[in-house]
Design a binder for this molecule. Structure first.
Ligand code: TA6
Length: 314
């Protein structure tokens, strides 16, 4: 099999940082940096990039990579004393050569198992032992699945508590043409109003200004409809009750050094998360959080999801 379809290949990325390239037989691909356990690319079988990464992204520790799928652990945003979004996204992960058996029988060969354990330095800021195993897998249909398994390995009998998010940056054609379905009428915490608790109106969500909301106890399936690209992203999630929706719009975009002034027009973050009810693990206990991303053609002119395809997708 020539290199272009080797299922998982270790190679050098930007600034010589190590990355793993996943390739699926039908042409889809993904890239994962060991720095941050960070997915930075997901392409469909036409080679089209589905994730947004800023042209100004810094691939330079300790700065997190701006775009793709940063992992927020053990703290989401400023929901605690640690640096924003915790430290997992700016640590070097290792390839897990001997992962414990995987709960689900994923047929995909195109997968990689990564592992993160605390350094002595980390123990000073978050005094807990854990094993964070991350599997990134490309399915036969080009679906991208991230499965996190976090185990408390404290030997002092102490539990620990954390919040979590897959901070996914989706690439969209034009933010003003995008709508999100599945979050209608839900309660959310508005990060622009001091985390005030509000209730979403009844229609699909559209975008005309900065948004930074944490939707609470959402359905397990959320859809992002990109009318112009006739593409729908479907997010299926397990163990992640909440969902964050973020677009910095123009002012915040200008204020971010690693983000282009106009790039807000071409990205939307919809983040499968566990925030409202932090997760507590006793020693020996393990938590699992899974998100499966699909990109399907939205064949209906109204932008409606193709119900047949989605229902079959269950
Ligand atoms: O997930 C939304 C959010 O928490 C926003 O408040 C915004 O800060 C964004 O994340 C980006 O955070 P970062 O630390 O990557 O600049």
């Amino acid at each position: 099999m020539s290199s272009e379809r080797v299922p998982a290949e270790l190679s050098k990325g930007v600034n010589g940082l190590e990355k793993v390239i996943l390739r699926e037989a039908r042409g889809s691909s993904a890239e994962v940096y060991l720095y941050g356990g960070h997915v930075t690319s997901w392409k469909n079988d036409h080679g089209e990039e589905l994730l947004f990464v800023s042209n100004k992204a810094l691939f330079k520790p300790p700065k997190a990579i701006r775009g793709g799928i940063p992992i927020c652990f053990p703290q989401f945003s400023n929901h605690g004393p640690l640096e924003p979004h915790g430290f997992a996204r700016n640590r070097f992960w290792s390839i897990d050569t001997d992962p414990p058996p995987f709960p689900t029988n994923s047929s995909s060969k195109a997968h990689i198992d990564l592992i993160l354990k605390p350094s002595e330095e980390d123990m000073k800021i978050w005094p807990h032992s854990y094993e964070f195993r991350l599997r990134v897998a490309l399915g036969p249909g080009g679906d991208l699945t991230l499965t996190s398994r976090i185990r408390n390995t404290n030997t002092d009998g102490k539990p620990f508590t954390f919040t979590f998010a897959y901070h996914t940056y989706f690439s969209v054609s034009d933010i003003s043409e995008v709508r999100v379905e599945g979050l209608e009428t839900l309660d959310y915490l508005d990060n622009l109003q001091n985390k005030e608790r509000c209730t979403e109106q009844g229609d699909a969500i559209t975008f005309e200004t900065e948004v930074d909301k944490i939707y609470l106890s959402t359905p397990t399936k959320i859809a992002i409809l990109d009318h112009e690209k006739k593409r729908t992203f479907v997010i299926r999630k397990e163990g992640l009750p909440d969902a964050v929706v973020w677009n910095p719009w123009d002012k915040k975009a200008k204020a971010m050094a690693d983000f282009g002034d106009d790039e807000y027009k071409h990205m939307l973050c919809v983040e499968a998360a566990a925030i409202e009810k932090p997760i507590t693990l006793k020693p020996g206990e393990e938590w699992r959080g899974r998100q499966e991303l699909s990109a399907v053609p939205s064949s209906y002119c109204s932008g409606q999801l193709d119900p047949q395809r989605v229902l079959q997708g269950s």
